[in-house]
Design a protein around this ligand. Structure first.
Ligand code: NDP
Ligand code: X2W
Length: 343
């Protein structure tokens, strides 16, 4: 059994990791941290785990955490980078669900995240954990940067077209919607029921920190320069990301549907729906699935890709478990066979 630690076990992505890991056939949860709930039985706070997890939250030192084989950080940006060098030096593998190791360029990271990077020397070694593009690198990595939720949905949607060189990459548009759990469990006025329900709004239209992450990920696979317009919206649902993506074709393409089906035919967690489909966020709720549909309306030259994920699963904890499976040489789908919850 692999001994696993979760830093930040009280948060939304943390408890989602626990939900997945308690049923994982190869994992033993050894340490689950929380500073505010240290000493409390985890299943007292989260009764869905009663009968599955019998340990308490703790507030361990890095040396104590290092008794694990692999540690997940489900913590705010800027936390993991303070402990990762010591954990790696002690032979522990790390998956960070936050953004500390997602951007290759330390100066660009500081610009968007408003702090100095604590270990820029590790940015080159860290592997961006999108299995559909980097499976082999992830398998041999010590440190994986789990992608953001919007970046997962947007990159999986655009990449088949970009890799095939079929679109004008300077004019890509990503119009994205998120459920409120994307903002985490911490109390904030914007996440109150009376503020977030019965209404919808765009936010950070002038610049969101996922813009450089998405642009970087698309640029890795594009010979021409990537220019992206990215606008996130907050929608009155708890879980889910819906990305509507617009890409101008640079040539006639016979069969876009076949292109997408072929690109993802061997991917266990990307489902290309039949032509004409409109994927719903509820069709991936609780599952580690990205569901995609491709359209070319009015015979115009703009392709529209619809891409949905559960922000807490394929957008965070599920993708992190997928990465752990790869890093530890396990079956990639182990512990990840959930079917979405309907209605
Ligand atoms: N929510 C989402 O949909 C997604 C989130 N992410 C990213 O994953 C990370 C976690 O997100 P989420 O679960 O929503 O966040 P939450 O705010 O819900 O939870 C944060 C967790 O981190 C712990 N924590 C906070 N500060 C520290 C610290 N300085 N040291 C150690 N532990 C700390 C908290 O517990 P305590 O204070 O008790 O220690 C809590 O358990 C974030 O970086 C987020 O951006 C990524 C993709 C999707
Ligand atoms: C609805 C909402 O607030 N969503 C979050 C994105 C969550 C996420 O994935 O962000 P990280 O890059 O920090 O992991 C936001 O826009 O900040």
């Amino acid at each position: 059994m692999i001994q696993v630690g979760v830093v930040g076990g009280t948060g939304y992505t943390g408890v989602e990791l626990l939900r997945l890991l308690v049923l994982h056939p190869e994992v033993e949860l050894k340490v689950v941290t929380s500073r505010s709930e240290s000493g409390r039985k985890i299943s007292d706070l989260y009764p869905n785990l009663r009968g599955h997890l019998d340990i308490e939250f703790s507030d361990p030192t890095v040396a104590e955490l290092a008794t694990c084989d692999l540690v997940f950080f489900a913590t705010p940006n800027g936390v993991a980078m303070k402990s990762v060098p010591e954990l790696l030096a002690r032979g522990v593998k790390v998956i960070d669900l936050a953004a500390d190791f997602r951007i290759e360029d330390a100066a660009l990271w500081s610009e968007w995240y408003g702090m100095e990077h604590a270990c820029p020397e590790l940015l080159e070694e860290a592997v961006y954990g999108l299995p559909e593009t980097s499976r082999d690198k992830i398998a041999s990595a010590r440190l994986v940067a789990n992608p953001g939720c919007y970046p997962t949905a947007v990159q999986l949607g655009f990449l088949p077209l970009i890799k095939a060189g079929l679109v004008n990459t300077e004019n890509l548009i990503a119009d994205t919607k998120s459920g409120v759990s994307g903002a985490g469990r911490g109390a904030s006025v914007g996440a109150l029921l009376c503020e977030a329900s019965e209404s919808m709004m765009a936010y950070k239209a002038g610049g969101h920190r996922h813009h450089p992450e998405i642009s970087q990920g698309l640029q890795w696979f594009s010979e021409s320069k990537v220019g992206l317009t990215f606008v996130p919206h907050l929608t009155p649902m708890i879980r889910g990301i819906h990305a509507t993506l617009y890409a101008p074709l640079n040539q006639d393409v016979d069969d876009l549907q076949a292109l997408f089906e072929d690109a993802y035919k061997d991917e266990p967690f990307v489902d290309v729906m039949p032509a004409g489909s409109h994927p719903e966020t509820r069709s991936v709720k609780g599952a580690n699935t990205c569901r995609i549909a491709v359209h070319k309306p009015q015979n115009a030259n703009t392709v529209i890709i619809l891409s949905v994920i559960d922000n807490l699963v394929k957008g965070a904890a599920g993708q992190a478990v997928q990465n752990m499976n790869l890093m530890m040489g396990l079956e990639e789908t182990a512990g990840l066979n959930q079917v979405a919850l309907l209605p």
